[in-house]
Design a protein around this ligand. Structure first.
Ligand code: NAP
Ligand code: ZN
Ligand code: ZN
Length: 347
């Protein structure tokens, strides 16, 4: 076994504290990464705070991982020691179902193996994530992180980035498309950057008036304050695509009404409670509500290469390990611009 140090929660709602853990030995198909940066996703917080129900503890969260390859298994030819690599939200899947065989392993019919807090189907025990010094992952779930990207700014691309990139591609954000991003947080700000780079007309829809200037700096052409009902009414039928990244339940009807003909509302936010809508809101204009969950490994690589090409990275505040519990509270308070990233050398 390989010794590692991490930050773990030992029960739901508990603070994260330093914890020694073990990683498996590097197998023939594995890559070992020394973690330099680990992003803090709101999903980490939902899970350790118990928002999503019961689960195993202790948990080392973290699924926005960037670092240096320090060992590769004997069968690995696509990664070499010394290069920069990344790991996102999942580290394994069944590899046999129709979706895995079609290259959509994030939608594995047996369930993907999440980077943390999931039963490890091949090695036993539970997976432990990226708030740690090192991790061992099968090479099929590792990506190359271009050297031209700042490693701290690249880390959040591994979850926040792909979660917005995938639906923007699926629904063809580009010139002539009016795209609304609801919630300017870790996910939302990446959505703005990608949609702008793809050539769409982009509006940030936010409940925080003070984020207007940032929305413009990030490249959005418009800002819509969701608490201003007059402004919201004026945008009725104003969008082709709306992506909701908000971490609490919203009045979905209000956002559906912003969609024009065949408009699509993509939900990526994951509050613990269900949300509801009135049927006429989707009958009118033939609107759709769809979900989207991260993206497959191949698209993760495509998104990183697109980011390198367009100079896209996350706006980050790099923090030492001991600040993690304060950082969690600030994320809950929407007081982060726009992603905390743990400096791995401080763990
Ligand atoms: P985040 O950084 O906390 O951003 C969430 C944003 O929601 C905030 O910046 C804020 O934007 C808005 N918001 C927060 N509290 C609100 C309130 N009380 N009323 C209205 N708006 C509020 O979180 P994140 O890391 O981007 O994650 C967002 C959600 O996506 C989480 O639920 C997370 O679990 C989920 N997620 C899903 C996937 C997926 O694959 N589908 C992947 C990763 C994360 P404004 O201030 O601009 O309004
Ligand atoms: Zn995440
Ligand atoms: Zn599968």
């Amino acid at each position: 076994m390989i010794s590692a140090r991490g930050l773990a929660a030992h029960e739901a709602g508990a603070d994260l504290v330093p914890w020694d853990l073990e990683r498996r030995e590097v197998g023939p198909g594995d890559v070992q990464i020394a973690i330099s940066h680990s992003g803090v996703c709101h999903s980490d917080i939902h899970l350790v705070r118990g928002d999503w129900g019961e689960q195993e503890f202790p948990v080392v969260p973290g699924h926005e991982i960037v670092g240096e390859v320090v060992a590769v298994g004997s069968d690995v030819t696509d990664f070499s020691v010394g290069e920069r690599a990344g790991v996102g939200v999942y580290v394994d899947s069944c590899r046999e179902c129709a979706n895995c065989l079609a290259g959509q392993s994030n939608y594995c019919l047996e369930g993907m193996t999440g980077t943390y807090a999931n039963p490890d189907r091949r090695h036993g025990g539970y997976t432990q994530g990226g708030y740690a010094t090192t991790i061992v992952v099968d090479h099929g779930y590792v990506v190359h992180v271009p050297e031209s990207l700042d490693p701290a700014g690249a880390a959040p691309l591994l979850c926040a980035g792909i979660t917005l990139y995938a639906p923007l591609r699926r629904f063809e954000a580009g010139p002539g498309k009016r795209v609304g991003i609801v919630g300017l947080g870790g996910l939302g700000h990446m959505g703005v950057k990608f949609a702008v780079a793809m050539g769409a007309d982009v509006t940030v829809i936010s409940h925080s008036p003070e984020k207007k200037a940032d929305a413009e700096k990030l490249g959005a052409q418009h800002f819509l304050l969701s608490t201003d009902s007059e402004a919201m009414d004026a945008e009725r039928y104003g969008f082709d695509l709306i992506i909701n990244t908000v971490s609490v339940p919203l009045d979905t009807n209000v956002y559906l009404e912003l969609l024009g003909f065949h408009g699509v509302f993509v939900n990526v936010g994951l509050p613990g409670e269900p949300f509801s809508f009135d049927a006429p809101r989707i009958l009118n204009q033939g609107r759709s509500i769809v979900g989207s969950m991260i993206g497959p490994v191949s698209q993760l690589q495509e998104m990183l290469d697109f980011s390198a090409e367009h100079g896209i990275h996350s706006e980050v505040e790099v923090i030492p390990a001991e600040y993690i519990n304060d950082a969690y509270q600030r994320v809950i308070d929407s007081d982060v611009r726009y992603r905390f990233v743990i400096d791995g050398s401080t763990i």
